[in-house]
Design a protein around this ligand. Structure first.
Ligand SMILES: [Zn+2]
Length: 314
């Protein structure tokens, strides 16, 4: 699924604009945390159908993510977002024996307690378009990254490390180790500005408001190996291409004519007969979209490292 898909943009905007209760300037983290928890259940295969049960598994997952982001007097009360997410128009809660959703416009019901929801075997359902995105592993990864970037940018590394995707075996160097606060934010901001918030692979640029970019800053040689945070060791990528580069499916490689490098793909692992891999394969031989200042072009040694990894990754 391509990130330029209009369905994707539509849902990204909806998720960027969740209605949240506010105490002074503090916005409640509950709804985005509930969404992250549901994405995690999908990653783990615990959830397969568009029927999200209000159960202990969901609650414990919700609490795990909540513990990272909670501040002030935030309480991990999952029953509130489970019910009130209905107000955002893409989620409905049903209880056993009733065909009408629990939350309806103009219906002065109020939230149910956790005990009530459990007793009534409550389940939540997403609108079909969003569910289709959530069911696709690549799109799901992008949704998670977008939610974190929008609501919890300061907790990005800890939240990403919590996700089942990062915990699953066989995912190489998915996460970098914990870093001093501020270091990562400075790298991200510099690289994104140099690349004008544009993916250096596909050129997608989704910047809804300042600081709210779909595109991410990626290290060429991971910081854990290089300890190199200079912008010449970075590149801006959409979540799709960031994900693929981290797994050595694609790489920006040195090239004699393009100083920013050329994209190459891992032909042992990608197959153009497989739907969804064609987009990645079409990148082969395309120039890396350069940063706006030539002094910040990707460093040759960083491109060479990527090229070597592409050659040895199976
Ligand atoms: Zn891209």
């Amino acid at each position: 699924m391509a990130v330029t898909d209009s369905n994707w943009i539509h849902w990204l905007e909806r998720l960027y604009d969740l209605r949240r209760s506010k105490v002074h300037t503090h916005e409640s983290p509950h709804k985005p945390v509930l969404l992250l928890a549901i994405l995690d259940l999908l990653d783990r295969g615990v959830l397969e159908d568009n029927q999200v049960p209000f159960n202990a598994e969901l609650d414990s997952t919700f609490r795990r993510f909540f513990a990272v982001v909670q501040t002030q007097n935030d309480q991990p009360t999952i029953e509130l977002p489970f019910y009130f997410l209905s107000g955002d128009g893409f989620w409905q809660v049903f209880v056993a024996g009733q065909s009408e959703p629990l939350y309806r416009k103009g219906f002065a019901g109020g939230a149910h307690s956790a005990a009530q929801l459990r007793r009534q075997s409550a389940t939540g359902r997403f609108e079909a378009g969003l569910w289709a995105l959530m069911s696709d592993p690549v799109a799901r990864h992008q949704l998670r990254e977008a939610l974190i970037a929008r609501y919890f940018p300061e907790h990005h590394d800890r939240l990403a490390a919590l996700s089942a995707e990062a915990r699953s075996p066989g995912v190489p160097e998915a996460q970098e180790p914990a870093l001093p606060p501020g270091r990562d934010a400075a790298f991200r901001r510099t690289v994104l500005e140099l690349y004008d918030y544009r993916c250096a692979a596909c050129g997608v640029r989704v910047l809804l408001k300042p600081q709210m970019s779909l595109v991410e800053a990626a290290h060429l040689i991971p910081f854990s190996i290089s300890r190199n945070d200079r912008p010449t060791n970075g590149v801006a990528l959409c979540p799709n291409h960031h994900w693929a580069m981290d797994r050595h499916l694609i790489a920006p490689c040195p090239d004699s004519r393009n100083r920013a490098g050329l994209w190459r793909i891992n032909t042992r692992r990608l197959d153009d007969r497989i739907e969804g891999q064609r987009d990645l394969m079409s990148l082969a031989g395309r120039p890396v979209i350069p940063p706006r200042e030539t002094m910040y072009l990707p460093a040759p040694e960083s491109l060479r490292w990527r090229e070597e990894q592409l050659a040895i990754a199976d």
